[in-house]
Design a protein around this ligand. Structure first.
Ligand SMILES: [Zn+2]
Length: 243
C-alpha cells in the first residue's frame, strides 16, 4: 500500500513580498538567488517543490541585514525560546547574561550573537559536538545551524548537548529537513557534500538527511520538550530543544 504523507512541501511558495518582517533586523524586503546544484539535488533525491524550498531557505536574503531564511528562522527561535516577541537586534539590548555557546558560525548570526554578554564561540574540530569539553549543566544556550547533519553520530551529539545544558537550558538550531520523509543515514550511500559543487572536505560530508521525525530524535536524546519554530514554512524552520 502506498505510504500516505501529509507533510508535503507547498507546490508553489508564496511571493517574496509575502514573507514577514525579518526576525534579525525587522526589515521587510528580500532578494532571491538559487543555490542548489544538480548533483546535490539528485544525491538528495529532491522533488522540484523540495528543491524550491531548500533554495529559498539558503538563497533568499533580507535586504536589511543580509541574513538568509535559515538564519532568520534561527533568530526567531532564539527569541521565542527566551519568550521574546521582537527581533534579535532588540533582544541583544534586553537579554539576560545567559552562558551561550555558538558552535561554528550559526548561519550568518555571529555578528549579532557575539554582542550577547555570555557569548562563547567554538568551531569544529576545536569542539566536537559528540564529545563536548564542557562540564555537566555548564551552559544555558547552545546555538548551531546546519551542523548536525555533518556529525557522524547525531544522537550522540544531541545527548552531549543535553548533558552540558543547565536546568532550563536549551539548544536552538537548524538542520535541513525534508518534510515528506523520515530521517535517514547516508552511511552506505555515495558521499555527498554541502558547501559548493566539487567540495569534498570531510567536515562538509553529510551523514544524516533529516526528515519529519527530527523531533523524535530530540526526545530520544532525553530532552523534555521539542518546539518547531516556523518563520517561513517549509523553508524557514528552527528547533528549540529544552533540557
Ligand atoms: Zn534582516
Amino acid at each position: 500500500m502506498k505510504q500516505r504523507t501529509f507533510a508535503r512541501p507547498a507546490e508553489s511558495l508564496a511571493g517574496l513580498d509575502e514573507i514577514g518582517p525579518c526576525a534579525v533586523c525587522g526589515h521587510r524586503g528580500y532578494r532571491h538567488q538559487d543555490v542548489l546544484w544538480n548533483g546535490l539535488v539528485s544525491e538528495w533525491e529532491l522533488t522540484e517543490p523540495e528543491a524550491a524550498y531548500i533554495n529559498r531557505q539558503q538563497g533568499t536574503q533580507c535586504l536589511g541585514c543580509g541574513c538568509n531564511i535559515r538564519s532568520i528562522a534561527l533568530a526567531k527561535a532564539i527569541c521565542a525560546s527566551a519568550g521574546f516577541e521582537s527581533t534579535l537586534v532588540d533582544l541583544i539590548a534586553t537579554a539576560p547574561p545567559d552562558r551561550m555557546l555558538e558552535v561554528n558560525e550559526a548561519g550568518s548570526l555571529n555578528p549579532w550573537l557575539r554582542q550577547f554578554p555570555g557569548h562563547v564561540f567554538a568551531s569544529y574540530p576545536q569542539i566536537d559536538l559528540q564529545a563536548l569539553s564542557l562540564g555537566d549543566a555548564s551552559v544555558d544556550l547552545i546555538i548551531h545551524s546546519d551542523t548536525l547533519e555533518h556529525v557522524p553520530d547525531p544522537m550522540a551529539a544531541l545527548t552531549e548537548m543535553k548533558r552540558v545544558l543547565a536546568p532550563k537550558g536549551r539548544a536552538v538550531f537548524t538542520v535541513p529537513i525534508i518534510m515528506g520523509r523520515m530521517s535517514q543515514t547516508r552511511d552506505g550511500l555515495a558521499a555527498s557534500y554541502h558547501g559548493a559543487p566539487g567540495d569534498s572536505e570531510s567536515d562538509l560530508a553529510v551523514h544524516t538527511e533529516f526528515g519529519a521525525d527530527v523531533w523524535a530524535m530530540v526526545m530520544q536524546a532525553g530532552f523534555s520538550r521539542c518546539e518547531m519554530i516556523a518563520f517561513d514554512y517549509p523553508a524557514g524552520i528552527a528547533i528549540v530543544a529544552r533540557r
